[in-house]
Design a protein around this ligand. Structure first.
Ligand SMILES: [Zn+2]
Length: 494
């Protein structure tokens, strides 16, 4: 049996020191509730088991006797009750209950660690100064990476009660004056009028900011790329983040990525100084990327098959991933070497290029790191860790341009499916024409995903990313891909 550890932070039991105890897998529908009750972090996929000290094996296991007699895997009943986790006040309410999403939790719990899971670099929070423009590091090949840093930590879990109605219009974000101070992170909005007036130092009325926030909270998908039903997530992220961050920081970051307005304009809208806003955005990018990397993952082949759209079912049921590349124009680097590395002949400008993959039903299941636009599709496939995530005997669907990766995939016993090559002067056979058409229709799925990436203004083909943000482009892409996976129908099926 694999090593199992009790998820309760105060409990030291694991399958090694307590081999005789039952370690039951926590049901998905109980997971969030139990993690909140035990003050455990539920993003941590290592913490999936609960030891028998915290439930009643006879009453709470579906198959207690079969477990005892036949050594069956123990299964919890949906009615199981968590106990002996005390030491934490239980009357606190998680901020998100009423708008909670079982889909998101299910999705998070499915995140599989392993070679496919992306490692986020620890970002340097110091903003590059203007004078460093000549030495701007463009992460063309990033070799140095540090371990994935989970957003949350058990020590920082402080669920907060939300004041007032949950309706978006009543939101009001706390002034971020304390943003960089060392005190507890500011609460998400909810500074009521009365509190403000009775406090010793009345804060300046943020009339413009409050108006802007009101509009944003009415249409968060439009302004932030965050679907309305996941608005609670901002609050949640703030409460779980180990990095000191406030909700305003998350909001301005998402706003910048989605709208790509100038710092000057955003600082006016949110009534923040430009310096402050710039550092908030860089911090927000780090916190958000750490979280959203978990939402871009390659599901189990079995699950991909289960969710296969009808058009794939007959002849293309082994398609695991559909890949394509996209490029984003960046400001011309002043360093001639970086200029050359990022020069895209295809786009005729300086770009950063990404390899993206999605499942047949449109979940983004792979995103590479960014490479200078000069890189060929084949080299990009080789250098990114794409080949690590493809499953043997599966099929990868790609465009003609990827012809050269066929041999790379063959080494992994993976088949490349792409439209037949058209040679000039040669007429395509009827079968070839038909095959081209079918494959083109299947590729629509990845094209649609790229279109959705482009809805984030910073990632538009010719957004001309400011040199300040180029080193953060990978993180911005991850955040956007994670948000896309949250949007729409995609999530319903996973
Ligand atoms: Zn335990």
């Amino acid at each position: 049996m694999a090593h199992r550890k009790c998820f309760v932070p105060t409990c030291k039991n694991d399958s090694i020191n307590s081999p005789d105890k039952i370690f039951v897998r926590i049901r998905e529908d109980l997971r969030k509730k139990w993690c909140m009750e035990a003050n455990a972090e539920y993003f941590n996929v290592q913490l999936l088991y609960c030891c028998e000290d915290h439930f009643d094996p006879v009453a709470d296991l579906k198959n207690y006797f079969k477990y005892k007699l036949m050594n069956q895997e123990p299964i919890l009943k949906p009615t199981a009750v968590l106990k002996n986790v005390a030491a934490f006040p239980q009357e606190q309410e998680i901020p998100t209950t009423s708008q909670d999403s079982p889909e998101l939790l299910k999705m998070l719990s499915m995140v599989q660690p392993g070679p496919s899971s992306r490692k986020i670099r620890k970002l340097d929070n110091v903003m590059p100064s203007t004078s460093s423009a000549t030495t701007l590091p463009i992460k063309v090949h990033v070799a140095t990476q540090c371990k994935v840093k989970m957003v949350d930590s058990s020590t920082n879990l402080r669920p907060r009660k939300r004041k007032g109605p949950q309706g978006a219009t009543s939101f009001e974000v706390h002034s971020s004056q304390e943003f960089s101070s060392a005190t507890t992170p500011s609460l998400f909005g909810y500074t009521s009028e009365t509190e403000e007036t009775t406090s010793e130092k009345p804060k300046p009325k943020m009339q413009m900011r409050n108006n802007v926030l009101e509009i944003i909270f009415k249409k968060p998908k439009m302004y932030l790329g965050l679907p309305l039903q996941y608005l609670w997530f901002i609050d949640y992220l703030v409460s779980k983040s180990t990095t000191k961050v406030d909700s305003l920081c998350i909001i301005v970051t998402l706003f910048k990525i989605k709208q790509n307005d100038s710092i000057e304009k955003i600082s006016d809208l949110f009534e923040l100084s430009r310096t402050k806003l710039s550092s908030m955005i860089l911090l927000g990018i780090e916190v958000l990327a750490n979280f959203f990397q978990n939402l871009v993952y390659n599901p189990q082949p079995k699950l991909i098959k289960q969710n296969l759209p009808l058009v794939f079912k007959i002849r293309y049921s082994n398609v695991q991933i559909i890949i394509d590349c996209f490029e984003i124009q960046i400001a011309k680097p002043s360093d001639p070497i970086k200029q050359a590395q990022t020069w895209s002949q295809y786009k005729n400008c300086n770009t950063v290029k990404y390899l993206i993959g999605c499942t047949p039903d449109g979940l983004i299941s792979f995103i590479s790191e960014g490479y200078g636009g000069r890189i060929s599709d084949k080299a990009l496939v080789e250098k990114s860790n794409f080949l690590d995530i493809v499953q043997p005997n599966s099929v990868v669907l790609a465009d003609r341009g990827f012809k050269e990766i066929e041999s790379l995939l063959a080494l992994k016993h993976v088949t490349l499916l792409r439209p037949p090559t058209v040679y000039s002067g040669m007429k395509q056979t009827v079968t070839e024409t038909l095959q081209s058409k079918v494959i083109a229709s299947l590729r629509i799925h990845v094209e649609r995903v790229i279109r959705r990436v482009r809805e984030f203004a910073m990632l538009k083909p010719h957004s001309v990313v400011n040199y300040k943000y180029v080193p953060y482009l990978d993180e911005i892409v991850i955040i956007s891909c994670g948000l896309i996976n949250l949007q729409g129908e995609i999530i319903k099926t996973y």
